[in-house]
Write a protein that binds this ligand. Structure first.
Ligand code: NAD
Ligand code: ISE
Length: 337
């Protein structure tokens, strides 16, 4: 039984604790912590977990074999580094860190440890629909992929969602997904700012990101985070001979009274329910067998952060911003191969 400690017991922390305790096999949540001590005590009390005062204390708990970081993005670096220093596997919700410099410090720490400890929560790689889309592309049936059109729509976002988070917290999913989908790095990014959505107050919303991949594929991503009607994730790949796209938002359509109705998920918990289950079950399995995590690595977290940093610069300057990555450390090249 893998004993997991969870840092951050907010929305996704609680959702992951629910799946670790009621859905998945071979795992128990033995410890929790949150700067909001009341919520940590409440969540920990319900599952009989030790409630720690700090993330560092939780990492040092001998009853914690592996760590799940679900606190806010700017706090990820300190907890991932603490887990690496303790030699404990750590699953970190995306983003790995909010800047590429912070991600590089994590890469250095992991390289000094000498084997992979970190997995990043880019769950789209585990989603049935995205996996089927990738299989369609890889099979060659639409010819060489040329372009991808994406939309990432949230009905609304929480009050702490501010500033550049449309790129660093939301579009970062598409940034990781296209690197995985096309097996290529993003080489340049531009951001266009359309007319302002008044539902979002001061937030710059929506945005249109245009990413150029090193192999020539061009990807556009509409990010709308106050679109009210629901959580809608779309993707269509245009190839030489055809297109391949994600299906609609629901498996069932109801036809009545002269209309066709399809429910739209309320948020990411509903849309990616199965993807989170698979990513964490596979992580638990790999770590329990004493192996390294097999999902998105700290290198993937760094590469996504480098693109999101460039996206933020593109948004602020209006420029097309080029991206160059550091040389990939051997640890990740070996793991990929
Ligand atoms: P949230 O605000 O609901 O929860 C975050 C929790 O972290 C809060 O309870 C907060 O008090 C706590 N926290 C903040 N700073 C802390 C610190 N220093 N130490 C311990 N706890 C601290 O936010 P959320 O929506 O659950 O997001 C949390 C993380 O998960 C973010 O990085 C977000 O990007 C990621 N996330 C990923 C997905 C996904 O689809 N993979 C979905 C939602 C959120
Ligand atoms: C949130 O943190 C997520 O990761 C969701 O998947 C995304 O849709 C949302 O915009 C983010 O804020």
């Amino acid at each position: 039984m893998l004993k997991v400690g969870v840092i951050g017991t907010g929305m996704i922390g609680q959702d992951h604790i629910r799946r670790l305790t009621t859905v998945l096999n071979g795992v128990a949540v033995t410890a929790v912590t949150d700067v909001d001590t009341a919520v940590a005590a409440d969540v920990g009390g319900r599952i009989g977990a030790t409630v720690h005062a700090t993330g560092e204390e939780l990492v040092g708990d001998p009853a914690v074999d592996a760590v799940l970081v679900c606190s806010w993005g700017p706090t990820h670096e300190q907890y991932v580094l603490a887990a690496i220093a303790a030699g404990k596997p750590v699953f970190c919700e995306k983003p790995l860190a909010t800047t590429q410099e912070a991600c590089l410090r994590i890469l250095d720490a992991e390289a000094a440890h000498g084997s992979r400890l970190v997995q990043v929560g880019y769950m789209r790689r585990f989603d049935f629909a995205y996996r089927a889309l990738k299989m369609a592309v890889d099979s060659g049936e639409i010819g060489l992929p040329l372009m991808m059109h994406c939309a990432h729509r949230n009905a609304s976002v929480p009050p702490f969602y501010r500033g550049d988070m449309a790129i660093t917290d939301t579009a970062v999913h598409e940034i990781d997904m296209v690197r995985w989908m096309f097996g290529a790095e993003v080489s340049a990014v531009r951001v266009l700012v359309p007319r302002h959505n008044r539902n979002g107050g001061e937030l710059e919303d929506p945005l249109l990101l245009i990413m150029e991949m090193a192999d020539g594929v061009i990807v556009d991503v509409e990010v709308s985070v106050n679109i009210r009607y629901g959580y809608d994730i779309r993707g269509e790949i245009v190839g030489e001979n055809g297109t391949a796209s994600l299906g609609g938002p629901a498996p069932v359509a109801v036809r009545r009274d002269g209309r066709v109705g399809v429910p739209v998920p309320a948020d990411w918990r509903e849309r990616f329910l199965q993807a989170y289950d698979v990513e964490l079950q596979e992580w638990v399995h790999a770590i329990s067998l004493g192996g390294q995590p097999l999902g998105p690595s700290a290198w993937d977290g760094y590469a996504a952060a480098a693109v999101s940093d460039a996206g933020v610069e593109a948004l602020r300057t209006g420029n097309r911003v080029l991206i160059s990555l550091v040389d990939q450390p051997k640890l990740y090249a070996e793991a990929a191969g």
